[in-house]
Design a protein around this ligand. Structure first.
Ligand SMILES: [Zn+2]
Length: 573
């Protein structure tokens, strides 16, 4: 059984002619109008029984009470289903429903069954005014995902051809485009079944995880505590945080047991709740909660573009809860982290922009002045390049944005550090200060990579796919010179793996020329190739060929190679 309930100001309907020949002639064919009513468009399906009718009556009663409707119009509506019960059964069940609802003191009007009718209605348009529901055996089967030949209209084979079509169109992309690199290096793919969401292949996930490992090492160094918060949260939370007012259209909404939930577009509210989960004192501050938070944001599908613009992404997010006097030193250590990541590790040229109090702001001017001064002091002391955008801050606090320039001279906004004097108040966060008074902490939201997906996209294009060894999906490839060297090549692989257990090493022992194999390894941007021939076998050394270099270095001792490699990986150089 399927129904659509519509809470209407009125419905007018008039029977025109029989849709089913066996129907009795109607005596009264005049137009009927019912005002302020709940219209139930109904289709009775095969397999429905008394139990289904009861289920439906309970549901209609519930909706009617919620919207405070006394008048109910039962309106047979065959178009809701392709699995209709036979007309006699359907009419019988509609009459049963009529009786059951009448006993519950509703004024029930039943539109004629088996007739073409003209009708006009005006739906009230509030959130509960339109609902669709299914009852009975057909629904149970859907839950268990059993495909019934008769009533299911889809053909899995045909659907499969549809989704198999989503191949990357490379005709308009440059060779350097990260979407092409992603395909060539087997890093990731997209499929229209999940718009704007990355399918990470193993090689791509290695990069993703290594970036997280890198960030974790910094989180440790700077005394952050890592947390993880739920993906789907009650809409109440978004209303408390303020995201509902400004951001509702971007949130994926879902329902669970008649409650409204949203898939998180940001991680902040989750962090606020963890802060709130116990009483805090000034001794606990600054409390630095970090989260590799996966967020979903609705974007128009037309603007989605590879890893640069996605629906689902991971933020290297953190919320630092602190006192006013901590702001400067907290910002200073965040700027240090930025330098470690962007300059020391990846060699990006970057600049910072400080945005200050806008015309419309919330909070006290005094707190704003203090916060802005603290940010600027930290920037000055860091000796980093920055400029000030006066009046460009958010209404809840000033911010620092990080802009990098890549090898193609393009500018990207990556990380952001955002002071927030409002959200802690909305969540009524507090801590006990030295003098036992209750105070509200300040929150600093900060993400340094920003989105991991986007950062990987930028990095791939910036380096044309030639990632440093610590980030490379395959770090070393062993290549044999001739078939006679297969065994010793395999031995070398095992020996290196033993020295560096986490090493990502593979081998190419195909029966083809060394230059072919080197070319393949170069195409896959593997940083080290080790070629084993007679000379290497007899002297127990390696010929090491680095990515991009014309000639290998001969006679390298295994130990020396291991030390160099270990050092490079550990220092992320
Ligand atoms: Zn946040």
């Amino acid at each position: 059984m399927r129904i659509i309930t519509l809470h209407c100001d009125y419905i007018k309907f008039k029977p025109l002619k029989k849709a089913i020949n066996s129907m009795e002639d109607l005596k009264d064919k005049t137009e009927k109008e019912v005002k302020d009513c709940l219209v139930i468009l109904t289709a009775i399906e095969k397999g429905d029984d008394d139990k289904t009718v009861k289920e439906m009556v309970v549901s209609i009663e519930k909706t009617a009470k919620e919207v405070k409707a006394k008048n109910i119009v039962l309106y047979p509506y065959a178009h809701l289903s392709s699995n209709l019960a036979n007309p006699d059964t359907a009419r019988e069940y509609l009459m049963e429903t009529d009786q059951a609802l009448s006993t519950l003191h509703f004024n029930v009007t039943r539109a004629p069954f088996g007739y073409y009718k003209e009708f006009e209605l005006k739906c009230k348009g509030h959130p509960l005014s339109e609902l669709s529901k299914e009852f009975g055996p057909a629904r149970e089967i859907k839950k268990g995902e059993v495909i019934r030949g008769n009533d299911e209209k889809y053909d899995p084979k045909q659907l499969l051809t549809q989704i198999s079509r989503s191949k990357l169109d490379t005709s308009k992309l440059k060779d350097n485009d990260h979407r092409i690199l992603g395909q060539k290096l087997d890093l990731f793919s997209f499929n229209e079944v999940a718009p704007g969401s990355v399918f990470w292949h193993h090689n791509g996930l290695v990069i993703y995880n290594e970036l997280i490992n890198f960030m974790r090492s910094l989180l440790n160094k700077y005394n952050y505590k890592e947390i993880s918060t739920p993906q789907i949260l009650d809409n109440k939370l978004w209303k408390i945080s303020g995201h509902w007012d400004h951001y509702k259209d971007n949130i994926f909404i879902t329902k669970y047991e008649d409650r409204d939930f949203g898939v998180k577009p940001m991680n902040c509210p989750g962090s606020m709740l963890i802060y709130k989960s116990s009483t805090r004192s000034y001794k606990d501050l600054p409390l630095r909660l970090a989260e590799f938070g996966v967020v979903h944001r609705q974007e128009l599908s037309g603007v989605l573009s590879g890893l640069f613009r996605v629906v689902k992404f991971t933020q290297d997010d953190a919320h630092v809860f602190c006192r006013e006097e901590d702001i400067e030193s907290e910002i200073a250590s965040m700027l240090e982290m930025i330098k470690t990541i962007y300059k020391d590790t990846f060699g990006f040229d970057y600049r910072l922009e400080l945005s200050t109090r806008p015309e419309k702001f919330m909070g006290e001017k005094k707190s704003w002045d203090f916060a802005e001064k603290s940010l600027e002091n930290a920037l000055k002391k860091s000796k980093l390049k920055y400029k000030i955008n006066r009046g460009d801050g958010a209404f809840y606090g000033p911010k620092i944005d990080l802009h990098i320039t890549d090898s193609l001279e393009r500018s990207w906004q990556c990380g952001t550090i955002q002071l927030d004097m409002q959200m802690p108040q909305r969540f009524e966060l507090s801590y006990t200060d030295k003098d036992n008074s209750q105070k509200t902490p300040i929150v600093i939201h900060r993400a340094l990579f920003g989105s991991l997906e986007r950062f990987i996209g930028i990095l791939l294009e910036h380096l044309s796919g030639s990632l440093p060894p610590w980030l490379s999906p395959v770090q070393v490839r062993v290549i044999n010179f001739t078939e006679r060297n297969v065994k010793s090549s395999e031995k070398i692989l095992v020996a290196l793996k033993k020295e560096i257990p986490n090493l990502r090493i593979d081998s190419d022992l195909r029966n083809t020329t060394v230059s072919d194999k080197v070319r393949d390894a170069e195409m896959q941007r593997i940083p080290y190739m080790i070629v084993i021939g007679e000379k290497e076998e007899s002297s127990n050394t390696l010929a090491v060929r680095k990515r991009g270099e014309k000639k290998p270095k001969f006679g390298v001792k295994i130990n020396d190679f291991v030390e160099e490699l270990k050092d490079k990986i550990e220092r992320r150089s």
